[in-house]
Write a protein that binds this ligand. Structure first.
Ligand code: ATP
Length: 218
């Protein structure tokens, strides 16, 4: 039996928006998470770079979580990148386990779209050795997949019972009943570059920061 279940929520957060925040807070309530750490990605130089700098992405995260004590920021992937080490999720989870041991419950949060892309992740089938996966609903992305390997893996590990998440430190996949928020960072960047307001899509302080920094063509 694990005494508390904590979660990591990885993303580019370019910028963070209500599509991240509202499902995360609802998920914490639904599965009784003690804490969620937002885990901003380092984007390797050979990949398309975020429009905001790493510093700006982190500043926006700080502003977004100011009034949400259940959320914090875990900078380990950014820090590792400065040390010139790769930041695959599997390695982040292994590092977390080295720090916290094998008994404490850990979950990794994914939107439905990210679950479907999982087979492209490094060592994806090993992820459940280190954590549970909590899947948030996302408009436009079905729960089913045509990828037979992914489908079989999900069927093998899925649970509908949150007790499984609390009684085991890792190993289960749970599809949460989180609110559907039809928001993406891509849409926000596009809208801002066309001088359209995004006030309703992200927290007011993040919106003000974007305007003050002239981000995304604001
Ligand atoms: P982009 O549009 O730039 O690809 P994004 O809005 O998808 O960005 P990311 O930072 O790439 O945001 O996403 C981080 C995590 O949050 C991923 O697991 C993603 O599936 C999830 N996520 C993002 N937006 C939503 C949403 N509206 N509903 C549910 N999950 C979401």
């Amino acid at each position: 039996m694990t005494n508390c279940l904590t979660a990591l929520f990885g993303g580019t957060f370019d910028p963070i928006h209500y599509g991240h925040l509202l499902p995360a807070v609802a998920l914490a309530k639904e599965v009784k998470l003690s804490h969620i750490s937002l885990l901003p990605n380092h984007i390797p130089p050979h990949k398309p770079q975020p429009e905001a700098s790493t510093h700006q992405r982190i500043e926006m995260l700080k502003l977004a979580i100011e009034d949400k004590p259940i959320l914090s920021i875990d900078l380990r992937e950014i820090v590792q990148a400065r040390l010139d080490r790769p930041s695959y999720t599997i390695e982040t989870l292994q590092a977390w386990r080295q720090e916290n041991g094998t008994q404490q419950g850990l979950a990794f949060i994914l939107g439905q779209d990210s679950l479907l892309s999982l087979p492209t992740w490094n060592n994806w089938q090993t992820l459940l050795k280190y954590c549970h996966l909590l899947i948030c609903r996302r408009p436009g992305y079905a729960k089913t997949t045509n990828d037979t390997q992914l489908k079989a893996w999900i069927n093998q590990h899925q649970t509908h019972d949150i007790h499984d998440l609390h009684q085991n430190a890792s190993g289960f996949i749970y599809f949460a009943n989180t609110p559907l928020e039809d928001i993406s960072a891509t849409e926000i960047r596009d809208r801002i570059s066309q001088q359209q307001s995004c006030e309703s899509l992200l927290p007011p302080k993040v919106w003000q920061y974007i305007q003050a920094e002239h981000l995304y063509g604001a």
